[in-house]
Design a binder for this molecule. Structure first.
Ligand code: CO
Length: 212
């Protein structure tokens, strides 16, 4: 029931205030999160909940299949604010196994506008056709594609003028690629971090057999 949400909200606010009378006053005066999270819109992957972060601790952008489209004004505005104003030092691109967006990109059906949005996933699948063809389990194939996409989004972010100019000015800024498992609730670092203009592209360590 919708009214339950408002009721829970009142209870939550009262509890926070009881524990710490200055809690909301403090939060309302300053936003200084250490992290920018770029994740999937999937309701089962809420950034704060799965990382144990409190309100004020993570700046969040979510879209279907956690994609970085170069012309996405929404994402670029979030990115610029996070880097230039909030001065976050760590950006996390987080995808998840069993992603409906990755599935929809590859199932061969017409879904509507989302098919345009998901095109980068099909491009990544084409570029990695050889490696993916060696996997026979469809679920494993899609989860591997999901991980390849996360690494590709990390690279896309690294190539944006916002990130490039921050690095050129000597700003400390790491972009990480993580994947979340719906089966056990665990996050895994995919070792595709980018930290500088000249940073070498690190291949996914545990998928080293792929033809990149
Ligand atoms: Co998803």
């Amino acid at each position: 029931m919708l009214s339950d949400l408002l009721k829970h909200n009142r209870e939550w606010a009262a509890q926070r205030e009881a524990e710490d009378p200055d809690y909301f006053k403090r939060l309302s005066q300053l936003q200084k999160p250490d992290y920018l999270w770029i994740g999937c819109s999937d309701s089962r992957v809420p950034a704060n909940v799965i990382t144990g972060l409190e309100p004020g601790e993570v700046f969040v952008h979510r879209n279907v299949a956690n994609l970085v489209h170069r012309g996405d004004l929404n994402l670029l505005s979030v990115l610029e604010f996070a880097v230039e104003t909030l001065e976050v030092e760590n950006i996390i691109v987080c995808g998840h196994h069993g992603c409906g967006g990755v599935h929809a990109a590859m199932d061969g059906h017409r879904h509507g506008i989302i098919d345009h949005w998901l095109q980068p996933i099909r491009d990544i699948a084409s570029a990695n056709e050889g490696g993916l063809a060696r996997l026979h389990d469809q679920e494993e194939k899609l989860d591997s594609l999901c991980e390849l996409s996360i690494a590709a989004q990390v690279d896309s972010l690294a190539k944006t003028p916002i990130i490039q100019s921050a690095w050129r000015r000597g700003k400390k800024l790491n972009i990480h690629g993580w994947v979340y498992s719906l089966n056990d609730g665990l996050l895994q670092d995919l070792d595709c971090r980018r930290s500088s203009v000249d940073g070498l592209h690190q291949k996914l360590a545990h998928r080293a057999h792929y033809d990149f």
